[in-house]
Design a protein around this ligand. Structure first.
Ligand code: NAD
Length: 433
């Protein structure tokens, strides 16, 4: 089938290459010339495991191309919308200007043959509004929220846990059309839920609200554990054995960040206020507060340890918001590094993949290209992102004056670091002196 994807960021670029890999002819449309140049030459503009290889391979087939020219979508049967929906500056609400502008740009080129399938995360009510805006063109609208996780984007796109279709009244034509796009995925037996626009939009934001709540729940337990000398990791292991609770997403640490969870729970609250359900989601502002307190806590811990040593020199290992990604949007690790720098400490940051993206956002930060360089003169080490490299490093052979490590992700082998002579401070766990 001929398909188009509008917006070629983490979601759209991966979706474009994945759809090409299952045999479709795909044109990806974006407004960022740097991104388009890289994508067109088969090079990933961001780090995502397996994506660069997939992109190179698919561009070489001739089925996958990228452009800034919206007229190229005219013969597409299905047009996916994957543009950004960031937080509006000065407000909690989602900024829909990119979605609105994408729809405006598409209008001259769509007609009765076109299905527009929205994938961006949007406030409930958006799909119905856009459906009425494109009605006069004859095109149809479906909302197909995306659940991929960065770090697993390729596999999540090709083997999702579920597909959700939000459709207008009785629109079986659009369901059949999207089924054809996803045929090879559906044939693997993946669950597909067909519902109305509003429910589909809510499935996405409520899933993110639940995940954020689970993380802040365990981080609140970490705060209590620290007060009473308990161990939050053992607590998580014990409660996680209850099938109703489950162990996943119960890792206490610096909390959630990235381009989705923080802005999605805020936009969800803003939308709840607009529809008169303010109280229903008030708990999400507590979830947000618990989450942001983790960053304050790690900054305070690092400052306390450095001040006690009479030192300013600290290494922050990890700058990406999560491992296996170079995404630093609302990254807790980068926030900690930036705040310590602003407070006058000499921070050396290191990330296996996000050094460049972090440098673009925080040009004042001293970012080194190896772990060894970052720790070479540090008296305190802070782990901000749970990269495998940090877990695997042998603390006994580390060439660093540091004798204090703050494990912001509860990722290190505490005993190993302690045996190597470190004071090990972990969130929600007893300090090993
Ligand atoms: P992103 O910022 O990486 O990509 C957005 C892209 O849209 C950019 O390349 C930008 O240049 C492009 N764009 C903006 N306006 C445009 C226009 N008018 N026409 C064409 N292109 C335009 O963002 P992302 O992380 O890919 O997220 C996109 C959407 O997907 C958001 O709504 C997000 O919440 C949702 N989402 C993201 C993830 C994720 O893990 N990244 C997962 C699920 C859902």
């Amino acid at each position: 089938m001929k398909i188009a994807v509008i917006g070629c960021g983490y979601l759209g670029a991966v979706h474009s290459a994945a759809m090409s890999s299952v045999g479709h002819e795909v044109v990806g449309v974006d407004v960022d010339p740097r991104k388009l140049e890289m994508l067109s030459s088969g090079h990933a503009p961001f780090y995502e495991p397996g994506f660069d290889e997939l992109l190179t391979e698919q561009v070489a087939t001739g089925r996958l191309s990228f452009t800034d020219d919206f007229s190229k979508v005219a013969d597409a049967e299905v047009i996916f919308i994957g543009v950004g929906t960031p937080q509006t500056e000065g407000s909690n609400a989602a900024d829909l200007r990119y979605v609105n502008s994408a729809i405006e740009s598409l209008k001259p080129y769509i007609g009765a043959h076109t299905l527009i399938a929205g994938k961006s995360t949007v406030p409930v009510g958006t799909a119905a509004r856009l459906a009425s805006e494109i009605e006069s063109t004859g095109a149809r609208m479906l909302w197909n929220p995306e659940f991929l996780r960065e770090g697993f984007a390729v596999q999540d796109t090709l083997r999702p846990d579920r597909l959700v279709y939000g459709i207008g009244d009785g629109d079986t034509t659009s369901v059949a059309q999207l089924d054809e796009v996803y045929r090879s995925i559906l044939d693997t037996g993946v669950d597909r839920i067909v519902t109305d626009f509003a429910t589909a939009e809510l499935v996405k934001v409520s899933a993110n609200a639940f995940l954020a709540t689970k993380i802040s729940f365990i981080n609140a337990m970490a705060e209590i554990a620290e007060q009473v000398g308990a161990d939050v990791t053992e607590l998580a292991d014990a409660i996680g054995l209850d099938e109703r609770i489950g162990r996943k997403f119960l890792n206490s640490g610096l909390g959630f960040g990235g381009g989705c969870l923080p802005k999605d729970i805020r936009a969800f609250q803003a939308r709840a206020e607009e529809v008169g359900a303010t109280e229903s989601l008030q708990f999400l502002s507590e979830v947000d507060k618990v989450n942001l307190r983790r960053r304050d806590h790690v900054v305070d811990l690092a400052a306390r340890e450095l001040d006690a040593l009479g030192s300013k020199r600290v290494a922050v290992l990890g700058l990406a918001f999560k491992p296996n990604s170079d995404d630093v949007r609302d990254s807790a690790a980068l926030d900690v590094a930036a705040r310590l720098t602003a407070d006058g400490y000499e921070v050396r940051g290191y990330d296996p993949k996000a050094g460049e993206t972090a440098g673009r956002v925080q040009p004042d930060l001293d970012i080194r290209s190896t772990l060894a360089e970052a720790v070479a003169e540090a008296d305190v080490i802070v782990v901000g992102t749970e990269w495998a490299e940090f877990k695997e490093v042998d603390p006994a052979t580390l060439e660093s004056p540091a004798k204090v490590v703050i494990d912001g992700r509860n990722t290190l082998d505490r005993k190993r670091w302690h045996d190597a002579g470190f004071k090990v401070i972990a969130l929600g766990r007893r300090t090993l002196e």
